[in-house]
Write a protein that binds this ligand. Structure first.
Ligand SMILES: Cc1ncc(COP(=O)(O)O)c(C=O)c1O
Length: 472
């Protein structure tokens, strides 16, 4: 088989000289396919017949014949003085679009949960840290690095979580990863390999974590949450030997895991020879209560600690960390190496410089005040416009829950609200099992961190309007 390709980057024509089909027909066929598929877009100029003939090693007449045929079919058009181009009307047949549905009106206020105000991202400080990183990063760190991360970044993270969150960490047990979801996917894969089939999760709880577990082939077993957090004594019934918890600020209810349950949780992990996966996603934001330290400090051999910059800085950074029990460091590092080697060394070096310069602390001090004011603005506005709603989980984080008045249906409320220009989020998307009506009132989650006080006022007014119009 002899096949020759053109040098043109846009025109890869392969001729098979052993095939009985004529060369002209092959060129026609290749061009037709390329135009139909969109690989050759309308308006693309084709090589002159002389150039293409030379590239393909055929006589010019063969190419002229192919071009003429395609011009006759409407695929190509000959432009006076400037050769042959793909016709504007050629190209992929119009594909049917998505099934048409009623247009969703844009909402004025979207209470999307858990998003920080991206406008507050500390661009100058991050820029300074990037410059420092570029000036000081050894060339070797631009190569393949330790899959756990750069030692300087791991040391800076260990220092930070030890100081700010009471985590018992040294650099050897830290793995820098691309946020909580990524860290969880590594831990889940390690657990699966070690024979775990299921992981217990909070109900209601963060749906993203359940998706990640499912991807790793692990089942999720829901464990009810009450106002003191996860009901630890229900864990035994799940048969799981690992559990994911948000002890500092339960997502979505906002409960803080009580101190006797913290102890009981770690005792459970010891008894089943398993692990607690501590998701400390928004621990930095506390307003009017003492910070609850991480439970990892109770038993570093049984708790996988996970932190992220998604709430404190920006989800788009994709940066987080795991502090692992000794036993899991090896398996997780091996999986990490196989999956994607490591987190970008430049991002890690920048973050290390940012942390050691004290810029994260400065940023948190500043943003805590902003979010606290927004939380207060939302509480005031709800009090004024929607007093029947009972707020919960208000003393920390970037979101609150509200309990709907008796008899109101979450889905119906959200549908009406969207039509009224405001989008709250139903608790239902966090639930694992069906709603237990007597214990679990209908409710909504309202993320407020990214909204200005004026928007919060407007949103609360619209929510109150929806409630007033819904029949009991
Ligand atoms: C409970 C919880 N954990 C973790 C995260 C953050 O995940 P990531 O670090 O993957 O962005 C979120 C984000 O919404 C969350 O709600």
């Amino acid at each position: 088989v002899s096949s020759i390709s053109t040098n043109s980057p846009d025109l890869a024509i392969e001729l098979d000289r052993s095939r009985p089909r004529g060369l002209r027909a092959q060129i026609e066929g290749e061009l037709r396919t390329a135009i139909r598929s969109g690989r050759l877009a309308p308006g693309t100029a084709l090589p002159s017949s002389r150039a293409l003939a030379a590239d393909l090693g055929v006589t010019r007449g063969v190419v002229v014949g192919a071009y003429d045929q395609l011009i006759a079919e409407g695929y190509l058009r000959s432009r006076q003085g400037s050769g042959t181009v793909v016709n504007a009307t050629a190209g992929p047949a119009a594909r049917p679009g998505p099934a048409s549905s009623a247009p969703v009106p844009p909402v004025a206020v979207d209470f999307h949960p858990g998003v920080p105000d991206l406008d507050l991202f500390p661009r100058s400080a991050w820029g300074r840290a990037t410059r420092t990183a570029l000036q000081t990063l050894p060339d070797a760190d631009l190569g393949y690095i330790d899959s756990r991360g750069l030692p300087a970044a791991r040391r800076a993270v260990a220092e930070y979580v030890g100081r700010a969150r009471g985590v018992s960490a040294d650099a050897d047990h830290v793995v820098i990863c691309n946020g909580f979801g990524h860290g969880l996917s590594l831990v889940a894969a390690a657990l699966r390999r070690a024979g775990h089939e299921a992981v217990a999760v909070e109900d209601p709880g963060y749906d993203g974590a359940r998706d990640t577990l499912a991807l790793a082939g692990l089942q999720c077993r829901g464990v009810p949450v009450d106002r003191h957090g996860l009901t630890v004594d229900a864990l035994d019934r799940t048969g799981a030997r690992a559990v994911i918890v948000t002890p500092a600020h339960q997502n979505p209810t906002g409960a803080v895991l009580s101190s006797d349950r913290r102890t009981a949780l770690v005792d459970w992990a010891r008894a089943v020879d398993g692990y607690v996966i501590e998701d400390d996603y928004d621990a930095e934001y506390r307003y009017d209560r003492q910070p609850a330290g991480a439970i990892q400090g109770l038993d570093p051999a049984r708790v996988v600690y996970s932190g992220t910059t998604s709430k404190s800085l920006a989800p788009g950074l994709r940066l987080g960390w795991l502090v692992l029990p000794d036993e899991l460091v090896g398996p997780v590092t091996t999986l990490r190496r196989a999956a994607d080697s490591a987190t970008s060394s430049l991002v890690q070096a920048t973050f290390a410089a940012f942390l050691t310069a004290g810029d994260l602390d400065r940023h948190l001090r500043r943003t805590r005040l902003v979010y606290r004011r927004r939380r207060d603005a939302l509480m005031d506005a709800l009090d004024r416009w929607f007093p029947e709603a009972t707020p919960g989980g208000v003393s920390a984080g970037l979101q609150v829950t509200i309990t709907l008045p008796d008899g109101m249906d979450e889905a119906r409320f959200v549908e009406r609200a969207v039509r009224a220009g405001v989008r709250p989020y139903p608790l239902d998307r966090y639930r694992v099992g069906p709603r237990r009506r007597s214990l679990d009132p209908a409710g909504l989650v309202l993320g407020y961190g990214h909204l200005t006080p004026a928007e919060l006022e407007d949103g609360a007014r619209r929510l109150g309007g929806v409630a007033a119009e819904l029949p009991d």
